[in-house]
Design a protein around this ligand. Structure first.
Ligand code: FE2
Length: 211
């Protein structure tokens, strides 16, 4: 889906820094996008710079084929490449919402109903996964074998994306919410539901189901 390769660059947000308020504040977005994500991009480029044989590989190719990465930089590529991959998906998963009622629509809404029953059941299970991720990491909604699944990953790990196609994720590293919610991950997750860009999730779902 993502064809970018070395040198990687910081993709600008597609919304204003204050667009997600009051759910996610502009200071959080400035630090999270401009500092944390920029650092992952810079470190990934620095790690790859001396290895021209890796410069034409996409991020997904780098992350899905660890055996192709020289052992001395494998962990750095996985950590920083995962940081770039996860954050790009995360920031693109949100948008400005004027309502606390922000529901899925289209084919993904029908699939959520088929796999989870009511949207509220999905919300409860998603929240359990996001709260249950011990320490830093992510909770995901993925598509695999004609079904939706919720899963979680630690640190900057990604799901096995060759089979589990990412539709939606929430960053539960403290840097994603500490300025707005301090230790209350619970409140941050509740707010996240208000800014999910369901049009983007629908677009990803259709990409994977119609190809
Ligand atoms: Fe993050």
């Amino acid at each position: 889906m993502n064809q970018q390769h070395y040198p990687f660059s910081l993709k600008p947000l597609t919304y204003a820094y204050d667009a997600l308020e009051p759910f996610i504040g502009q200071s959080t977005l400035h630090f999270h996008h401009d500092k944390h994500l920029q650092t992952y991009v810079d470190n990934l480029n620095k790690t790859l710079a001396p290895y021209p044989q890796l410069h034409n590989k996409t991020l997904e190719e780098l992350l899905c084929n660890p055996d192709d990465i020289p052992a001395d930089i494998r962990t750095a590529v996985q950590n920083n490449g995962g940081g770039v991959y996860n954050h790009q998906l995360y920031f693109a998963s949100m948008h400005k919402s004027n309502s606390v009622e922000n529901h899925p629509k289209g084919e993904i809404a029908a699939k959520i109903a088929e796999c989870f029953g009511f949207y509220d059941v999905f919300k409860t299970k998603w929240k359990e996964a996001a709260l249950g991720q011990f320490g830093s990491g992510y909770a995901w909604l993925v598509y695999d074998n004609a079904k939706l699944e919720i899963l979680k990953t630690p640190n900057q790990n990604i799901p096995p994306i060759h089979c589990k196609k990412p539709l939606l994720l929430i960053d539960v590293w403290e840097h994603a919410y500490y300025l707005d919610y301090q230790n209350r991950r619970n409140a941050y997750i509740d707010s996240f539901f208000s800014v999910i860009n369901w049009d983007k999730v629908e677009e990803r779902f259709q990409f994977y189901t119609h190809q």
